[in-house]
Ligand binder design. Structure first.
Ligand code: ADP
Ligand code: IPE
Length: 242
């Protein structure tokens, strides 16, 4: 089994509210399915989550902002529904799971996700908001990736984004930045505006914890999804996290 995260940077235009990148998402999903391996999918929220969370100062108290909470929840769910529809069109058996619904007594209970796998379904989890007391909290797809890797011990964890892998600094800002084939330690992860889950810095922390479990952990460019086949041969274009 492999566990794959479709990053919000791949499936949406993160700078534009609720801009779904349908073609890119479909190409990535088709390529993943063509590997003929069992897999679990996780995806981010992209511009269906970050923009309104930032605007409303979430994570944080929600009193007086209940409508905004409902709006964000509806947006993240609608992004997930689009991905579920694509998988249905491909004849697969997807089931959606949000941290919002899995939260139990201060932790996330993945029992329904594990049961769904045993019963032959393809779980699709996603970064989302959830409510605890008077506060809105956020659980990222990157954190879900760690939890699932810990529970399922997959052969590999693959993060697909909109850049080729991890560079010594942000490749979008510095065209001369260098792609690191093997990443041993933290790099210059420029803090992103409009990102409420820590951007590449937050992702790196999750990836490092996954690789600490002894699971092969990759960061690759989902805009060139055919590259994912390289993880089988070891001849891949992207970064591996040590
Ligand atoms: P996603 O939404 O796919 O989960 P993020 O938007 O959180 O991913 O992070 C990916 C972005 O991080 C890239 O688009 C890139 O511009 C930025 N970034 C910042 N620093 C780096 C770095 N050192 N190496 C690679 N990408 C970086
Ligand atoms: C973010 O999840 C969830 C919300 C903002 C509600 P992620 O952190 O996994 O999303 P991306 O991949 O960065 O877009």
């Amino acid at each position: 089994m492999i566990i794959i995260k479709l990053g919000g940077s791949l499936i949406t235009d993160k700078s534009s509210y609720r801009a779904f990148r349908e073609e890119e998402t479909l190409r990535a999903i088709k390529e993943i399915a063509s590997m003929n391996r069992s897999f679990v999918l996780v995806h981010g929220a992209g511009s269906f989550g970050h923009i309104l969370c930032k605007k409303n100062n979430f994570p944080g108290p929600f009193k007086g902002k209940e409508f905004q909470v409902s709006r964000i929840k509806s947006d993240t769910t609608s992004l997930n529904s689009r991905i579920i529809s694509m998988l249905l069109d491909m004849g697969m058996n997807p089931l959606p799971f949000s941290p919002f619904d899995l939260r139990r007594k201060g932790t996330f209970d993945y029992t329904p996700v594990l049961r769904s796998i045993e019963s032959g379904f393809l779980p699709v989890l996603f970064g989302d908001i959830y409510i605890e007391g008077n506060e809105v909290k956020i659980y990222s797809g990157d954190s879900i990736m760690f939890d699932l890797c810990n529970l399922l011990n997959p052969e590999a964890a693959v993060f697909l984004g909109d850049v080729d892998g991890i560079y010594d600094r942000d490749p979008k800002k510095f065209p001369d930045s260098k792609l690191l084939r093997v990443v041993y330690n933290e790099q210059d992860f420029a803090k992103q505006e409009n990102d409420v889950t820590g951007g590449m810095g937050g992702k790196y922390k999750a990836m490092k914890r996954i690789s600490g479990l002894g699971i092969r952990t990759y960061m690759m460019n989902g805009l060139f999804p055919e590259r994912i086949h390289g993880i089988e041969s070891g001849d891949f274009h992207g970064s591996v996290i040590k």
